[in-house]
Design a protein around this ligand. Structure first.
Ligand code: AHG
Ligand code: MN
Ligand code: MN
Length: 346
C-alpha cells in the first residue's frame, strides 16, 4: 500500500480555502467572488454539522426520527439536522438560485426575501447515516452546477438534470478523527483539515492524485446473492491474480461512501456499488447520481482516476430524474477500466 502523501508540510503558509480559491481566480471564472462566498457559506454549514457530529453522543441527535424519506429510507435525526443547517445557511448565501437535497423530494427554491445567484447546490447532507450511532465516519457530499435557463426565468428541473461534466465544483466534508474538506473546481483535488483551535479549514493535502497499484477493493460482499453473474465474476477477479494488480486485493468496506471514497483517493484501488437485484422487477444501483456518484466521479477524474456505472462514464450520464440511482465503480483508472470492460463483456 503506497504511503499516504505527506500532508503539505507545516512550514508552508497556512492557506485557507478562500485564499486557495482566490489563487485559482485567474484560472477559472468559477473562482469568482460569488463562488468563493458559496464555498465559504458551505464551509460554515459544515463546521456547524461537524460540531454536532462530534458531540452526537451528548446531544439528542442520535437515532432515528421514525420517518422515512423520499428514498424510502429511515431518516436519522442527524440527517434531518444536517439538512436543515445546510438549507438555512445556503438559502442566505446570495449565490444560489435553487438547491436539491437527498432528503427533499423536490427542488428547494430560494425564498423571495433572499438575494439569488446563478449556482445550484445539490447535496447529501449526511452520508453514511447507518454509521452515525456507532461513531463511524460520516460525511456531507456536495455538487455545484450553473443554471442554464435565463436569470429572469424560474429555475426548472432542466437546470438541475445536467450531466456531471457540467459541474463547476464538487467535494465532501468527512467527519472523522479530523474533519476534512476535499474539493475541486476543475483544477485538481485539494484537501483541507479543520483546525478547531482557529475554526478554519487549512490546506493539508494539495493536488491529491489517486495512486496506481492500490490493491484494495471496496464493495459490500454481503450483496453477492443479489448480483447478476457478470457482476459476481467481475468482483471475484479482485480476489484472484486476474486483475491489474496481478495478485489478490485486500477488502475494505466502511459503509459510508465518503469514508470509502476518501480512502480510495489516498490509497488507490476501487470502490464499487453494483447494480443489485434486491428488487427483481427494478434492478438498480443504490447510490444517487446527482448527490453521490456525480460529485465523486468529478473528484476521481480530477485526481487522475475514473468512474463508471459499469457501462459508461458517470459524468456523461444525462439524469432523467432528481433522485435517479446508478451503479458506481470509482477509483484508480486501471481498476475502473478493468472492471468496466469485464461488465461490458457480460
Ligand atoms: P446515506 O447515508 O446518505 O443514505 O448513504 C449511504 C450509502 C453510502 O454512504 C454507502 O456507500 C452505502 O449507502 C452503503 O450501503 P450498504 O449499507 O447497502 O452497503
Ligand atoms: Mn449518501
Ligand atoms: Mn444521506
Amino acid at each position: 500500500m503506497s504511503p499516504v502523501p505527506a500532508a503539505t508540510d507545516s512550514s508552508s503558509r497556512q492557506i485557507t480555502v478562500t485564499e486557495h480559491l482566490l489563487l485559482h481566480q485567474k484560472k477559472s471564472p468559477e473562482a469568482s467572488g460569488v463562488f468563493t462566498q458559496l464555498l465559504y457559506d458551505l464551509i460554515l454549514a459544515a463546521k456547524l454539522i461537524a460540531r454536532s457530529v462530534n458531540k452526537a453522543g451528548l446531544l439528542d441527535v442520535l437515532g432515528g426520527t421514525g420517518e422515512t424519506n423520499v428514498q424510502g429510507e429511515h431518516v436519522q435525526k442527524l440527517d434531518e439536522f444536517a439538512n436543515r443547517i445546510l438549507i438555512h445557511r445556503m438559502e442566505r448565501s446570495g449565490a444560489l438560485c435553487a438547491m436539491a437535497s437527498e432528503e427533499n423530494a423536490d427542488l428547494i427554491s430560494i425564498p423571495r426575501q433572499f438575494a439569488k445567484g446563478d449556482y445550484i447546490l445539490i447535496f447529501d447532507p449526511l452520508d453514511g447515516s447507518s454509521n452515525i450511532d456507532v461513531n463511524i465516519n460520516v460525511g456531507t457530499i456536495f455538487s455545484i452546477l450553473r443554471r442554464i435557463s435565463p436569470r429572469e426565468e424560474e429555475v426548472t428541473l432542466g437546470d438541475v438534470l445536467q450531466p456531471g461534466y457540467q459541474q463547476v465544483g464538487a467535494g465532501y466534508v468527512l467527519y472523522g478523527p479530523s474533519t476534512m474538506l476535499v474539493y475541486t473546481t476543475g483544477h485538481g483535488v485539494h484537501g483541507f483539515t479543520l483546525d478547531p483551535s482557529v475554526g478554519e479549514f487549512l490546506l493539508s493535502h494539495a493536488k491529491i492524485t489517486i495512486p496506481a497499484n492500490g490493491n484494495i477493493y471496496s464493495v459490500n460482499e454481503g450483496n453477492l446473492f443479489y448480483w447478476n453473474e457478470a457482476t459476481a465474476r467481475a468482483i471475484a477477479s479482485f480476489k484472484s491474480r486476474e486483475n491489474p494488480g496481478k495478485k489478490p486485493y485486500s477488502l475494505r468496506y466502511v459503509g459510508s461512501l465518503v469514508a470509502d471514497f476518501h480512502r480510495t483517493l489516498f490509497y488507490g484501488g476501487i470502490f464499487m456499488y453494483p447494480l443489485d437485484y434486491k428488487n427483481r422487477e427494478k434492478p438498480r444501483g443504490k447510490l444517487r447520481l446527482l448527490c453521490e456518484a456525480s460529485p465523486m466521479a468529478f473528484l476521481a477524474e480530477q485526481a487522475g482516476g475514473a468512474a463508471s456505472d459499469g457501462e459508461q462514464r458517470i459524468l456523461d450520464i444525462v439524469p432523467q430524474e432528481l433522485h435517479q440511482r446508478v451503479p458506481l465503480y470509482v477509483g484508480a483508472k486501471e481498476d475502473v477500466d478493468f472492471v468496466t470492460a469485464l461488465l461490458r463483456e457480460g
